[in-house]
Design a protein around this ligand. Structure first.
Ligand SMILES: Cc1ncc(C[n+]2csc(CCOP(=O)(O)OP(=O)(O)O)c2C)c(N)n1
Ligand code: SF4
Ligand SMILES: [Mg+2]
Length: 281
């Protein structure tokens, strides 16, 4: 369906000038996504696209796509993308950083990808203070493969692999991996936001922007966790999933900036990579 974009110069039937309040950032491809109705990935894609545009990043960016529902992210952004094996995005991003010191390097990962199979890669990339920005979409479940339990699944949450609800005695406790990573001195920035409501979406965008600016300024590793929903995997309507996100999910994973060390974090100078030659640097 083609949506009519109002022409700001055309005026309004009432006589008042029309004001453009919404348009697709140029860095997003004009196409429908494969995401389920109500899925949060699309909102997070949009925020990232807005930030990339505002910071003039698209031409400098090499992004790394995950395995998970966001595996086709490379179809939606007009930036260079590399596809990584499941969980290996930080390792692939490290390689890109070493050979392309001038690039803006970004990973986009789900919770199964980053906090389960990719735990080693994210921990060591953060410990090295790799100058990369990681967007971590935590929807508390393996969305792509049919809704299995993830390390971030809430206690009591029913999934296809915890049909009676997650039991700490059998399955352990949810991992707040962003707080864990924030302890490492190479981490310049770590924050958690959510798409649960409009105000939170604005704050999440500010976090994503800061995590990108930190890299531009020559800081170390930057991570933003975005608490998101998976209506299909959670067995909820989109509306129910947003209420669930606002309630038990945010209670288990508090939102806010966890650390902002900026450039004072351990630099990635040991890698021999100078700061990028962006105009903002
Ligand atoms: C080595 C390997 N093991 C397992 C899989 C199967 N697999 C694909 S996506 C996925 C989980 C994805 O979950 P998450 O990262 O949370 O992304 P979401 O789909 O929830 O956005 C798994 C286990 C795989 N593709 N490769
Ligand atoms: S399965 Fe869940 S995370 Fe994946 S596209 Fe559907 S709603 Fe989104
Ligand atoms: Mg997930």
């Amino acid at each position: 369906m083609t949506l009519h974009t109002p022409d700001p110069a055309a005026g309004h039937a009432s006589g008042a000038p029309a004001r453009l309040v919404y348009h697709r950032p140029d860095v997003l491809v004009d196409r429908s996504t494969h995401y389920c109705p109500g899925c949060g990935h699309g909102i997070i894609h949009r925020l990232l696209a807005e930030v990339m545009t505002e910071l003039d990043l698209p031409a400098h960016t090499i992004a790394v796509a995950p395995v998970g529902c966001a595996v086709f992210a490379y179809d939606y952004f007009k930036v260079d993308f590399v596809e990584a094996p499941h969980g290996r995005a930080p390792a692939v991003a490290t390689g890109i950083r070493r050979v392309r010191p001038e690039a803006f390097v970004l990973t986009y990962q789900g919770d199964g990808d980053l906090a389960a199979i990719g735990t080693a890669e994210i921990v060591h990339a953060a410990a090295r203070g790799e100058r990369i920005t990681a967007i971590f979409v935590n929807n508390g479940i393996y969305g792509m493969t049919g809704g299995q339990m993830a390390p971030t699944t809430l206690l009591g949450q029913r999934t296809t692999s915890s049909p009676s609800g997650r039991d700490a005695a059998l399955m352990g406790y949810p991992i707040r991996i962003t707080e864990m990573l924030a302890q490492l001195p190479g981490v310049s920035y770590a924050a958690r936001g959510t798409i649960a409501d409009v105000a939170s979406i604005g704050k999440l965008k500010a976090m994503i922007k800061r995590a990108c600016q930190v890299q531009i300024e020559g800081g170390g590793f930057a991570l933003v966790e975005a608490l998101s929903n998976c209506p299909v995997g959670w067995g909820m309507t989109p509306e129910q999933s947003i209420e669930h996100l606002k309630g038990p999910v945010v209670e288990a994973f508090p939102v806010g900036v966890i650390v902002d060390r900026g450039k004072s974090a351990m630099p990635a100078a040991d890698t021999g990579c100078p700061a990028p030659a962006h105009p903002e640097a």
